[in-house]
Design a binder for this molecule. Structure first.
Ligand SMILES: [Zn+2]
Length: 463
């Protein structure tokens, strides 16, 4: 058993979960069949066999983990949490049309502070219920997102999306940049929230915006996100416009480097992949969104071979259409296997690694989270195995990635604090939440009907 340094006054832990299957995702990939984790002051102080841990630690709160599985909380490395309010708003159409004809217009009308708060709250309820403990977000009114996240006790990287046209909360990218810096400064002391920087994409933002964002992220050492090479349309557009691939373009303008998180990275050439690896940028992989919008399959196995840091993400709910990382893990494994016609690629352990410690590395948080190890923050989830699809147990990685579901999550801890116990949310109030969301959805639907009627009217006049 690993022990916490002797000089730390942690022999009495606050919380011990014992007799559970424990999947650590530490460097040795240690597994325990009757394992225990002890937590003091939000930090994991011991991980090991129950007998060994209980010999050394006692705790006020003892949780019997029999018939349960304890593992690190999942890290969702790319999402737009307030977009839960647009779940199912526009499906089954290509990305460009989806974005420009549906999402951007509805956002300009409905992305208001109160709706952002409502959407974020719905997202947090969904994420906690399905075992996510950290997420990386890009949206507008990130101050409103931060307020809700703070109350819920989730860990997050929050960013304000920079884009060349007027968007909710920012008439210009310069405003969004100023706002980002204020937010970074305001949240520097926060224990769970890190504010980073985001530029929407190479087709919607200028090189100047990228360079200014890059400088800002560098100045404070915070994560820098952008969507990149998501679709063939984007790839061809950038080739036409600049004569280089999207990845090469980012390098030419001087922003491809360590700390940059590329969401999607589907359309990369062989030399793009080598370039991304060489520069030390990372990739947030969103397999379900890429399949649903028929964007393609990101070359994740090759990127991993090249040593690129990869995390898993759901992307926003409007293009997924949920925030369940268990679902995403299964899709990740299956999509690569079928694309390569090779069942050995993206094995269950590799997928779980991408969804936990890989995501933590991508966000620059692997010293604090991503695995269950002494010294790390206690972000962990308990899964209920007392269900038919959880038996028998031959291989824990296989069980997690191929059999378990988000709805099997029983309890969730962030920084050692319970956010959900026995499927009861403790920090997000779901009372009236769904009714409020439905009421907003009715407004959004009537707005769309009015717009459609107006368009038909205009078409009639011009005829
Ligand atoms: Zn996205």
């Amino acid at each position: 058993m690993e022990k916490f340094p002797e000089d730390t006054p942690a022999l009495h832990a606050d919380l011990i979960i014992h007799d559970a299957y424990v999947v650590t995702m530490d460097q040795k990939y240690r597994l325990f069949e009757k394992g225990a984790v002890a937590v003091a002051n939000g930090i994991i102080v011991a991980v090991g066999n129950t007998r060994d841990v209980l010999e050394r630690y006692g705790a006020a709160r003892m949780i019997d983990g029999r018939k349960m599985l304890l593992m690190p909380g999942l890290v969702n490395t790319h999402t737009h949490s307030p977009m839960t309010i647009f779940r199912g708003y526009a499906d089954d159409i290509p990305l460009k049309q989806w974005l420009y004809d549906h999402i951007f217009p509805v956002e300009s009308a409905f992305v208001l502070p109160e709706n952002v708060r409502l959407g974020t709250k719905l997202a947090l309820a969904e994420m906690i219920r399905s075992g996510t403990t950290t997420f990386n977000d890009m949206y507008y009114h990130s101050d409103e997102v931060a307020g809700v996240v703070d109350k819920a006790g989730m860990r997050a990287v929050l960013t304000e999306g920079l884009i060349d046209f007027p968007v909710p909360n920012s008439p210009t990218p310069a405003d969004a940049l100023r706002f980002s810096e204020e937010m970074i400064q305001a949240y520097r002391p926060h224990p769970l929230i890190t504010v980073g920087v985001s530029v929407h994409s190479v087709y919607s933002a200028s090189s100047l915006v990228y360079q200014q964002a890059f400088e800002l992220a560098g100045k404070y050492g915070v994560p820098f996100n952008t969507h990149l090479a998501e679709t063939r349309w984007e790839f061809d557009l950038i080739m036409d416009r600049y004569g280089v691939t999207p990845a090469r373009y980012l390098d030419d303008i001087g922003v491809l480097g360590k700390g940059l998180i590329l969401a999607h990275a589907v359309h990369l050439t062989d030399s793009d992949m080598e370039l991304v690896a060489l520069r030390g940028a990372g990739v947030a992989h969103n397999p379900q969104c890429n399949m649903k919008l028929a964007s393609g399959v990101a070359p994740i196995p090759r990127l991993l071979e090249l040593g690129v840091t990869v995390g898993l993400g759901t992307d926003g709910v409007a293009s997924n259409n949920d925030l369940d990382m268990f679902d995403e893990m299964r899709s990740c494994a299956f999509s690569h296997k079928i694309t390569q016609m090779d069942p050995t690629v993206m094995d269950a352990r590799t997928v779980l690694e991408v969804a936990t410690i890989g995501g933590a590395r991508l966000l620059g948080m692997d010293a604090q989270i991503g695995s269950l190890e002494p010294g790390k923050r206690a972000d962990m989830i308990l899964l209920d195995l007392n269900r038919p699809h959880a038996h028998p147990v031959y291989n824990l990685y296989s069980l997690i990635v191929y059999s378990l579901r988000g709805s099997d999550v029983h309890s969730v801890y962030v920084d050692g604090k319970p956010l959900m116990v026995n499927r009861e949310l403790l920090t997000v109030d779901e009372a009236d939440l769904f009714e409020q969301v439905e009421a907003l959805a009715r407004d959004i639907s009537s707005h769309r009907e009015e717009l459609t009627a107006k368009k038909i009217g205009q078409a009639g006049v011009s005829r």
